[in-house]
Design a protein around this ligand. Structure first.
Ligand SMILES: Cc1cc2nc3c(=O)[nH]c(=O)nc-3n(C[C@H](O)[C@H](O)[C@H](O)COP(=O)(O)OP(=O)(O)OC[C@H]3O[C@@H](n4cnc5c(N)ncnc54)[C@H](O)[C@@H]3O)c2cc1C
Ligand code: FES
Length: 286
């Protein structure tokens, strides 16, 4: 649980001035995906909720939004998992323990775990979409008595692309959460005894009561439409579905319009939305 002695980072101290963070640990999951543990100046606590993001400043390169992947129940430094896709993300991949970055946030609405207390939960994560959902999954496991049935479904492109493999093993062995995983394909030079097929092939096999289960979904944009169709087949009401959406961002504060989706700003109204909020928004692509 969060340390009672840790001091919460107060964003209002200076909203636009990044706070100094030091990388304390890194871990390579794949060639492109790397975990960064970051300690804020003076040991301050980030004070985030699952599903929120920070604006990460890599000095002299630029700033990008990145979800916090650790649960707020884990005291001390927080964790980001970053896929190297361009300028800023490739630059941070070259950094290591002792290096400094700037942090603004936490920003966004997050999953608001308190509204799910007492509920059955189904988490559906595709690829790096597991990064934000992991925060919520571990939050509910660390507060197990506050939640009903828990089910997690995770799909990766191939076995070597799985993130958090030690933790996945733990989830597999737990008897207080059902865990299903799949890979799209298994190249001949990799080992895999599990399920092969896209993530939607797992959904008919989940054992949930559609009326009492809240479903949180996070993954690449192409995944949402197909997952939503499968959830419809299971008769999950739209109001029970929550989606975490990504858009290009600049300010993270609802000012620049970079992340605008119709009348919604993904940085401040989201990134987590209840499905009916975005269902009819053409730009939401869901
Ligand atoms: C709320 C939120 C949470 C995020 N969480 C994570 C996370 O936990 N881990 C992570 O690795 N990434 C995350 N991202 C995506 C990350 O912000 C982008 O990958 C990053 O901004 C790319 O910046 P760059 O300078 O490295 O790439 P650039 O040089 O700017 O661009 C490289 C390529 O990436 C594309 N790109 C740029 N921004 C995005 C974006 N937001 N989504 C998809 N493609 C993009 C560009 O179109 C281009 O093709 C998140 C994005 C948002 C909005
Ligand atoms: S990133 Fe500027 S308005 Fe959302």
């Amino acid at each position: 649980m969060r340390s009672s002695t840790s001091e919460k980072f107060d964003i209002k101290e200076n909203e636009y001035q990044p706070v100094n963070g030091t990388i304390t640990r890194t871990h390579n999951f794949t060639e492109d995906d790397k975990l960064f543990e970051i300690q804020l100046l003076e040991g301050k606590d980030l004070g985030h909720q699952p599903g929120q993001f920070v604006m990460l400043l890599v000095p002299n390169v630029g700033e990008v939004p990145i979800s916090v992947t650790s649960s707020p129940t884990k005291p001390g430094p927080f964790e980001l998992t970053i896929r190297a896709v361009g300028n800023v993300t490739n630059a941070i991949h070259k950094m290591g323990p002792g290096d400094s970055v700037g942090i603004r946030g936490p920003y966004g609405t997050g999953f608001k775990p308190e509204i799910f207390e007492g509920e059955d939960m189904l988490y559906i994560a595709g690829g790096i979409g597991l990064a934000p959902l992991r925060s919520m999954i571990n939050y509910s496991l660390d507060n197990r008595e506050k939640f009903g049935d828990l089910t997690t479904v995770y799909g990766a492109k191939e076995p070597a692309e799985q993130l958090y493999t030690d933790e996945l093993q733990d989830w597999k062995e737990r008897d207080d959460m059902e865990y299903l995983e799949t890979v799209d394909q298994c190249p001949t030079d990799q080992e895999w005894e599990g399920r092969i097929g896209v993530i939607t092939t797992c959904i008919p096999d989940v054992n949930i009561d559609p009326d009492t289960t809240k479903v949180l979904v996070c993954g690449p944009p192409v995944m949402y439409q197909f997952v939503l169709e499968e959830l419809d087949d299971l008769a999950v009401p739209d109001e029970n579905i929550y989606l975490s959406l990504e858009r290009n961002m600049h300010c993270g504060r609802g000012l620049c319009g970079h992340c605008q989706m119709n009348e919604l700003y993904v940085c401040t109204d989201g990134p987590v939305f209840n499905y009916p909020e975005v269902r009819d928004k053409e730009e939401a692509e869901v």
